[in-house]
Design a protein around this ligand. Structure first.
Ligand code: DAH
Length: 347
């Protein structure tokens, strides 16, 4: 070992050379190589420490101190350089991978209510204003509720009016209409007066056509009380139809037959396509049927728990899909439940 001044001089050179080299390091790999070469066990500074015991005793403190300074200087330069390189890499990545905010975004398809749901809510609203509440009854019914208690006995030809889906359990069917809910509501509320509407899906084992599907929504209307007359029926349904189809819509009540009402009628609105002149949509009649209705049959009132000598009532049943079709001039009822977005998005 030469004398101390030489070593101190050497240390300064070691530092200068290392720092200069560090400035040329461009990436992580280079940085690690630099660290091994300049701060590793065999690096020049570390060699000075290793050989320190061989230096003359009085020179050791000065050499040791200086070597320490150099080591610290290199360490701090290393971490500064490390930071700088990281920042550079990050900003380069940000440049290269920058989001192009001018690209059109992915379109959000906002959800909306199904046409049928909207029609139903409107029906609830209109009847709600006349004091009717919504009453729910089951989709799967017993034969008794769907037919028997509604004055349609087994083997009676009137059963042919409803093509029925039977389940594998004898006596259990998918309801063919919402009328069985009449019995359920009456049995719950008797002997109190009732004003309810009963919405729900109905099922029929029918040929699917533009006018008939195997499942469709109905809304049943039911009013039971003392001194309820055909005038109440006509007034309520007329008011409903005017608000639904327009104040000046022409309506008519036509005598009809249903086993659970007596007398029975059907309500027609003037054909919206031809304005009453006759066209293929209204089968040349000028009218479109919108609902069936009538005064409750005494037997049905009795089956619901009301004494027909004291109580009377009216009932009606309408297909709500029909309402939407008439208003939006939809020509095929199958669109309603086909779930084709091209159709549904129009409403
Ligand atoms: N339930 C009948 C049907 O589905 C419709 C109906 C007619 C309901 C007359 C009634 C009514 O409440 O009084 O064909």
């Amino acid at each position: 070992m030469t004398d101390a001044t030489d070593i101190l001089e050497q240390l300064s050179q070691i530092q200068a050379a290392a720092l200069e080299e560090l400035q040329r390091v461009k990436d992580e790999a280079g940085l690690q190589a630099w660290k091994a070469g300049h701060l590793g066990r065999n690096s020049p500074v570390m060699q000075v420490f290793t050989k320190l015991p061989q230096a003359p005793k009085e020179e050791r403190p000065a050499i040791g101190q200086r070597a320490n300074q150099v080591k610290l200087a290199l360490e701090s330069a290393f971490s500064t350089r490390n930071e700088t390189l990281k920042e550079a890499a990050l900003s380069q990545a940000l440049q290269a991978e920058r989001l192009d905010v001018t690209l059109p975004g992915r379109e959000q398809a906002p959800g909306r209510l199904h046409l049928e749901t909207r029609t139903l809510r409107e029906v609830y609203h209109l009847f709600g204003e006349m004091g009717f509440q919504v009453y729910r009854s089951p989709d799967v019914e017993t034969d008794d509720f769907n037919f028997g208690l509604l004055n349609i006995p087994e083997y009676h030809p009137a059963r042919d009016m409803w093509d029925t889906f039977h389940t594998t359990t004898p006596g259990v069917v998918l309801r063919t209409h919402t009328s069985p809910g009449q019995i359920r509501a009456m049995r719950e509320f008797a002997p109190d007066p009732i004003r309810v509407i009963l919405p729900g899906m109905c099922y029929r084992y029918e040929q699917v056509t533009v006018r008939a599907d195997i499942q469709f929504y109905q809304v049943e209307v039911l009013a039971v009380g003392r001194r309820i007359t055909f005038g109440d029926l006509k007034g309520t349904l007329t008011q409903f139809a005017r608000r639904m189809y327009g104040a000046d819509v022409r309506l008519r009540l036509r005598p009809s037959y249903f086993p659970f009402t007596e007398p029975s009628a059907e309500m027609d609105v003037e054909c919206f396509i031809c304005g009453g002149k006759g066209c293929p949509v209204c089968k040349q009649s000028g009218w479109l049927e919108i609902l069936g209705c009538g005064m409750m049959h005494p037997t049905v009132l009795q089956n619901g728990g009301y004494d027909p000598r004291e109580f009377s009532g009216f009932a009606a049943g309408m297909g709500s899909g029909r309402i939407g079709m008439l208003r939006h001039r939809i020509k095929d009822i199958r669109y309603l439940w086909e779930d084709d977005m091209r159709f549904l998005e129009q409403f």
